[in-house]
Design a protein. Structure first.
Length: 363
């Protein structure tokens, strides 16, 4: 009998892979399972059945721990947590709240926002502004033409990214040392966005790349030295062999086996300026919003520097991370001490995430 494609069956699914894929999966991932048990008093049974469906689901809970041996990032999956009761706080009508802020400074960026020292980049779907309280020496905002950040399409997202990349070029023309670009998008409050109006952010840093980007470069370089193959290609192959890929033109896209938080997607492309990469990101985000009901999300582009550096970036692709940050109506943060200092605890099953996005994109 075939093993059901569920994260809790991951050890069996890996065992069933063809020899080479199996070896690659075991090279990259350490997977173990455990069962958490408890003994609820009779008086709790009715409440447990109401909250979790059945008492049996709670008394023995299967937990899968996935550790990426190469990057030492890891995740604990417990599907029961998806249905646990949460303090959901005040319910809010998100669309109404978003439209109530129409007419904000980002709706008229030319007189509502400062320009950078090199001016503004104006694109088809966005205009840049200079961030007023900066993360770094160069810190810009890609202000979308759309007020509502959730009205996104692959075309619009490709436009946002193109404007952000051109901003990076302007920054390096203004300062040849500002050679390391970073592009990010914090959509709505739970994702760290303080302004509702659709916007992404771009920075350019000097010296070395941001530590998390540099760490991934070093990790991939060490992998290549040890195994003679490309880490990102191998990572994508493991996810594809397990059926976690979302087929999109010109990129590798997959639902991560070691997500940092809910429904994390990874997109690997050759060049940040390749429109098939930004369109793929846009298609996945559209699927996020329309099919997975995601409202708050983060997007981060890991990109090589724009000028030659001492360290070797020749094998480093563009890697984009996309993650769901939870329901805006929920007051409980999705990140606690476990996520910040130990391992991520995730409820969403990457197999369901990949399946939902594949269905959406083939529809
Ligand atoms: Zn606005």
């Amino acid at each position: 009998m075939a093993t059901e494609r569920e994260i809790t069956n991951l050890p069996g699914l890996i065992s069933a892979l063809p020899t080479e894929d199996h070896a690659l999966a075991e090279r990259i991932f350490d997977v173990s399972t455990t069962t958490g048990r408890l003994d609820p008093p009779k008086a709790m049974h009715a409440w447990i059945e109401k909250s979790f469906g059945s008492v049996d689901r709670v008394t023995a809970q299967r937990i899968v721990k996935v550790t990426n041996r190469i990057t030492l990032e890891g995740t604990l999956f417990n599907e029961l947590r998806a249905s646990r009761p949460l303090d959901t706080g005040v319910s809010l009508d998100l669309d109404r709240e978003i439209s109530a802020t129409e007419g904000d400074p980002f709706c008229h960026p030319h007189d509502g926002t400062p320009a950078d020292v090199f001016g503004r980049v104006e694109g088809e779907h966005a205009t840049t502004a200079s961030n007023i309280a900066k993360y770094d020496g160069f810190h810009g905002v890609v202000v979308f033409d759309d007020h509502n950040p959730l009205h996104l399409t692959p075309d619009k997202v490709a436009g946002y990214v193109a404007v952000g990349l051109e901003w990076g070029q302007k920054a390096i023309e203004a300062d040849l040392e500002a050679r390391y670009p970073f592009l990010m998008w914090n959509c709505l409050w739970r994702a760290g966005g303080s302004i509702i109006h659709g916007h992404a952010q771009v920075t350019a840093t000097r010296g070395t790349h941001y530590p998390k980007v540099e760490r991934l470069r070093r990790t991939a370089a060490a992998y290549k030295r040890e195994y003679g193959s490309d880490y990102f290609e191998d990572l994508a192959r493991v996810h594809t062999s397990l059926g976690l890929d979302v087929p999109l033109e010109g990129v590798h896209a997959f639902a991560s086996l070691s997500p940092i938080k809910e429904k994390e997607l990874v997109v690997v492309g050759a060049d940040p300026a390749d429109p098939s990469l930004s369109r793929a990101v846009g298609a996945l985000l559209q699927g996020y919003v329309q099919d997975l009901s995601v409202r708050a999300f983060n997007v981060a582009f890991f990109m090589p520097p724009l000028r030659l550096t001492e360290e070797d970036w020749s094998d480093f692709p563009t890697v984009v991370f996309i993650v769901d940050r939870g329901d805006p109506a929920n007051r409980t943060s999705d990140m606690g001490a476990m996520e910040l200092y130990a391992a991520s605890v995730v409820a969403s099953d990457p197999f369901r995430v990949a399946e939902a996005l594949r269905e959406d994109l083939s529809a």
